[in-house]
Write a protein that binds this ligand. Structure first.
Ligand code: FHN
Length: 417
């Protein structure tokens, strides 16, 4: 079996992926936790199942939008916490093929994204508010149920684990090669072997030896000897780790920050608090400058459309990526510390300067006097002159540096590299 380093090589090269949260919750359109937050019973939620029919669902269009944005892989919810399966599972009736959609939405997603050359990932919720034998475990997870019994029957969690492991087997058997499985999430005492995680991982590795697994089954991916189920990458959420991620041996740990475009993962009709393309680009650069990936989320609506606001942001990011993707793909942290004017990313001997705050005069590169062979503006490939102005000889604190004058007046906002 490949080492984690061998398995994750493509992941560290690709750097930028699309997260997609989609399911029945797109109909109430108040985010993917609506059932729990609003204490909806299974009966209250049933109308969404009865009417789910995403007539506009066109995963090829989704894949083209992701590709144009510069994203190299995608992760789609196969089942979120509400237990609804977008795939034709033989282990439940609570699935898209039994709704008016009458489609295996996952099969179409895999086919479409592979045909556009993107790698394919599955998000799978290990929490399940629908399954008869998933207990409450505290009000946070399952407020619609008591702890011990459901519909008069004593809860047998092993029956749920058999179901969960069985569905993971279906997903990793029936859809060809899958590149990522993104479990979500362990909490309180529900972690590690409570999920029979070792058995689950052994089964996964037997079916898809090279698949990447996130760290949310539990365990400690930063430990000297991580558990077998501690995962291949760390998964910070809605944050870019301030210092990047190192393990107890001070070694780099692959990591991927998952970020929403507005404030919700699942479709929320009234959430217009979208990030700007510049914020997204800066977050992506920050992730890469700290040896991380970014998984940027969209929440398609009940008809199967990615919201226009999200598409507009993806398009603007793609425009920047077409000019500057070289400073993202295959890049990581620089040996240089963060400059005051922005961030560095680096790939071998190539140093990429992401200039956010130009200040006045040329850009100063601490410690690089005589070390810059040539400089080019990524946006248009034009030459940039490396210089050591006369005053540098007089000020010892900048004498070992180099200066590069950026062309013209202020660069357009989006061209910060
Ligand atoms: O509860 C989920 C949430 O709905 C969403 O799927 C995020 C995405 O990483 N994960 C959990 C919250 O951490």
């Amino acid at each position: 079996m490949k080492s984690r380093e061998e398995r994750t090589k493509w992941f560290l090269d690709d750097r930028f992926g699309l997260f997609i949260h989609w399911g029945l919750y797109a109909i109430p359109a108040r985010g993917e936790w609506v059932r729990s937050r609003e204490r909806l019973s299974i009966e209250d939620y049933q109308p969404f199942f009865d009417e789910f029919n995403p007539i506009h669902y066109d995963p090829r269009a989704w894949a083209k939008a992701a590709k144009a944005a510069g994203q190299k892989y995608a992760v789609l919810t196969t089942k979120h916490h509400d237990g609804f399966c977008l795939f034709d599972s033989k282990l439940t009736d609570y699935k898209a093929t039994n709704t008016p959609a009458k489609r295996d939405l996952i099969e179409e997603y895999v086919e479409a994204f592979r045909s556009e050359g993107l790698k394919v990932g599955f998000y799978y919720s290990i929490i399940d508010w629908h399954h008869d034998h998933y207990p409450k475990y505290g009000d946070r997870q399952h407020p619609m149920r008591d702890n011990e019994h459901y519909r008069g029957e004593k809860i047998d969690f092993n029956q749920y684990l058999e179901y969960m492991h069985g569905q993971v087997r279906e997903l990793l058997t029936n859809y060809g090669k899958i590149d990522v499985i993104w479990f979500d999430f362990s909490y309180d005492e529900m972690t590690g072997e409570k999920w029979k995680a070792t058995e689950l991982i052994e089964m996964i590795r037997s079916l898809q030896p090279d698949i990447l697994i996130d760290n949310r089954l539990g365990g400690n991916i930063m430990a000297n000897e991580p558990e077998i189920y501690a995962g291949d990458f760390y998964s910070p959420e809605q944050i870019v780790p301030p210092q990047g991620i190192l393990n107890e041996k001070n070694e780099q740990v692959p990591w991927e920050a998952c970020i929403t475009l507005n404030d919700n993962w699942g479709y929320a009709a009234h959430d217009n608090n979208y990030k700007s393309p510049k914020q997204v680009i800066h977050a992506l650069v920050e992730c890469v400058s700290k040896n991380g990936n970014m998984l940027l989320n969209v929440g398609p609506n009940a008809k199967g459309d990615i919201p226009e606001e999200s598409l507009d942001i993806l398009e603007a990011v793609g425009k920047w990526m077409r000019q500057n993707g070289e400073s993202i793909y295959g890049c990581g942290a620089s040996f240089l510390s963060k400059p005051e004017w922005g961030r560095y990313t680096q790939k071998g001997n190539y140093l990429y300067a992401h200039v956010y705050d130009r200040g006045i005069g040329p850009i100063y590169f601490q410690g690089l006097k005589g070390k810059i062979k040539r400089a080019r503006l990524l946006a248009d490939g034009s030459e940039l002159k490396v210089q050591t102005p006369w005053m540098a000889e007089q000020y010892s604190d900048i004498a070992n540096g180099a200066f590069i004058d950026l062309p013209g007046a202020e660069l357009p906002d989006e061209w910060d590299t």
